[in-house]
Design a protein around this ligand. Structure first.
Ligand code: PHE
Ligand code: FE
Length: 288
């Protein structure tokens, strides 16, 4: 299998985590909920409670409200149950996957309003930090905002945009937008800046870190072109967080055809993660 070989090489020969034996052509598997152990359910409850306590005043209200309605505190959830509720709310479903999946497959799921959720849970020693997305990151972090109609539409269109970017050589650029919005995005609200990014909301440390002044990180307003040029950190807290005013801004800002943008970006340098351009205003200053 092409993809499995590629990933194995990328991660220095380390085996791809997850069981890829019983999947269909779209990398979809059965969740096999009964196979989870009581120790795993207990680990989920601990992860859930720790994160939940961090959310008030930090996570956006849309996330908190949807999470509460999902009723997923008591053990690893049954995907099918939430999937039905999600379908009724926004027409999205959840599909179970063995772990990381190829880009084409990932985009195809999103473009068809299917969100891939990894079936396996991290080990206890990975309580605070995990490299690959597991069921806690995918389900707790990503699923709640799929109940928001505008955000749900944005993710679908991102999937369509991904399929297009693959043909236009814009994949690295478009991936940065996903990273800085879906995974690490912040949003302005009347009550103050709040988190909507799943990578932050499923992290034990970054929820507090990303809103704290005086760290090595800064907040700047999201500008799509600027974001597409900006490199990101995969093994530490982010150095830049892009702030939006509304999910509608994300949806509208990504509506235009990106073809000319990808062309333009081929002639511009990428920007390091800690860049501050001369005209940019820091909403939350970092020390320099
Ligand atoms: N509008 C983008 C294009 O034409 C696609 C896109 C949609 C990208 C939504 C990101 C988010 O390629
Ligand atoms: Fe994620």
């Amino acid at each position: 299998e092409d993809f499995l070989a590629t990933v194995a090489t990328k991660s220095n020969g380390a085996a791809l985590r997850g069981n890829y034996e019983h999947m269909d052509a779209h990398y979809v598997v059965q969740q096999d909920w009964h196979a989870y152990t009581e120790a795993e359910h207990e680990l989920w409850r601990k992860l859930y409670q720790r994160q939940l306590a961090l959310l008030p005043g930090r996570a956006c209200q849309e996330f908190i409200d949807a999470l509460e309605k999902m009723d997923a505190a008591d053990g690893i959830p049954v995907f099918e149950k939430t999937s039905k509720e999600l379908f009724a709310a926004t027409g999205w479903t959840i599909v179970a996957v063995p772990g990381l999946i190829p880009e084409l497959t990932f985009f195809d799921h999103l473009a068809n309003r299917r969100f891939p959720v990894t079936v396996w849970l991290r080990k206890p020693e990975e309580f605070n930090y995990i490299v690959e997305p597991d069921v806690f990151h995918d389900f707790f972090g990503h699923v709640p905002l799929l109940f928001n109609p505008v955000f749900a539409d944005y993710i679908q269109r991102y999937g369509q945009g991904g399929l297009k970017a693959m043909k236009l050589g814009g994949l690295d650029e478009l991936a940065r937008l996903y990273w800085y919005t879906v995974e690490f995005g912040l949003i302005n609200t009347p009550e103050g800046v709040r988190i909507y990014g799943a990578g932050i909301l499923s992290s034990g440390g970054e929820v507090e870190y990303c809103l704290t002044p005086g760290t090595q990180s800064r907040h700047i307003r999201l500008d799509i072109e600027r974001c597409l040029r900006t490199l990101y950190k995969i093994d530490s807290y982010q150095e830049t967080y892009f702030v939006i005013d509304s999910f509608q801004q994300l949806f509208d800002g990504t509506a235009p055809d990106f073809t000319p943008l990808y062309e333009k970006l081929k002639h511009l340098d990428v920007l390091p993660a800690n860049t501050l351009l001369p005209h940019e205003v820091e909403l939350l200053p970092a020390p320099h």
